[in-house]
Design a protein around this ligand. Structure first.
Ligand code: CP3
Length: 342
């Protein structure tokens, strides 16, 4: 009996879609907040295999999702490459910046990241033992463009301005940075698969700010390179690609990069995706995460509308982006009931 999530990823149309949620282990759960306090801070939690496995399991125990996603962060790769990384409470991540070739030269080679990342592989090994038999284990990394936007700016930005500037003014340095992250990501995801990840997901949260040729060069090409390398080393391990806010570039994206599933944000409509994206393969998404805060009849109606619209092809139910800290856990249970009874 193959796991439900793996069946959808293999292209099967199922009567009830498998369900999981981006950021399902997070601050909206009191048990997460307690474990995070025990760890001290967010990064200490990421690098503590026992506690990271514990928070990964919390939403599985509470909601019986079809998949568990490794608890870690996309910014651990920059740190493993030698960037400084810290989190400012209430503001988000801060990193040392990459402004030119000298900063790039100070980073470590892509194959030397394991010194820092080995606890992440240990978290996966613990999870392979502790997850219920029907739950699929998902590993992940940030896509090179999204990771580069944080490495260049040293923080999250609204318009990814600093990364665009480096890309446009010093293409050689910017491309070398993208290549380094691409190589590190291939290595990192390969190790995650060896440690027990059954599926991997590439988060390109800022893909939507790349237009035209830049989208081809910095969203599409690196994803294709990563997925091609992973498929050569680990045939049969499915990959989910998330080019968030790619708009009409969602069309054909899965085939172009070799992904088994494309994750939809909530700015595209399920109806449009059913007609233009799902014919190319499995889709995941796309409930607006604000429904996890507001709940009510609107949540039920939206979850059921998405489920019904995408039920004629392979579909994994998910949010269009991460659940937010102000979400009500009861709304998660309501969402699951709505999807399973749609
Ligand atoms: C851009 C990005 C990051 N991290 C991630 C992305 C891409 C997806 C997206 O667009 O959301 C991805 C991510 N971050 C986290 C995961 C774990 C798996 C999951 O539950 O989905 C994953 C897959 C945990 C996390 N990563 C972070 C938290 C909150 C940390 C805390 O406990 O304070 C969690 C649960 C911190 C983080 N990490 C990052 C930011 C901007 C922040 C701060 C935001 C905030 O403070 O709300 C970088």
């Amino acid at each position: 009996m193959t796991k439900l999530l793996l069946r959808a990823l293999a292209g099967e149309t199922l009567p009830i879609p498998p369900i999981w949620m981006m950021r399902q282990a997070g601050r909206y759960l009191p048990e997460y907040r307690a474990t995070r306090a025990q760890a001290g801070d967010f990064l200490s939690l990421c690098y503590n295999p026992e506690l990271a496995a514990e928070v990964t399991l919390q939403p599985i125990r509470r909601f019986d999702f079809d998949a568990a996603i490794l608890f870690a962060d996309i910014l651990l790769i920059p740190q493993a490459l030698g960037a400084d990384l810290w989190f400012v409470t209430g503001e988000g991540p801060r990193l040392s910046t990459i402004t030119g070739p000298a900063d790039l030269a100070r980073l470590r080679p892509a194959d030397q990241i394991d010194a820092r990342l080995s606890p992440i592989y240990e978290t996966l090994r613990i999870l392979t033992r502790e997850l219920p038999a029907q739950t699929t284990l998902i590993g992940f990394a940030g896509a090179p463009w999204t990771v580069a936007t944080y490495m260049v700016a040293g923080r999250g930005t609204k318009d990814q301005g600093p990364a665009h500037l480096l890309k446009d003014q010093d293409r050689a340095t910017f491309s070398a940075l993208i290549d380094l992250i691409t190589e590190a990501t291939i290595h990192y995801l390969s190790r995650q698969i060896e440690a027990g990840a059954e599926v991997v997901k590439l988060f390109d949260s800022w893909a939507g700010s790349l237009k035209g040729q830049d989208f081809d060069d910095f969203a599409l090409a690196p994803a294709r390179r990563i997925i091609t390398a992973l498929k050569a080393r680990h045939p049969g391990v499915p990959v989910i690609a998330f080019p968030r806010e790619a708009g009409d570039r969602y069309v054909g994206f899965g085939a172009a990069v070799g992904a088994d599933c494309v994750a939809l944000d909530n700015s595209v409509s399920a109806d449009w995706a059913a007609r233009h994206v799902q014919p190319g393969g499995c889709v995941q998404g796309n409930l607006d995460p604000r429904h996890m805060v507001t709940g009510g009849a609107e949540l039920t109606a939206e979850a059921q509308r998405i489920t019904r619209t995408l039920r004629h092809g392979p579909h994994i139910f998910n949010l269009g982006h991460g659940i937010t800290p102000d979400a009500d856990p009861d709304n998660v249970a309501r969402m699951i009931d709505a999807v399973r009874s749609a």
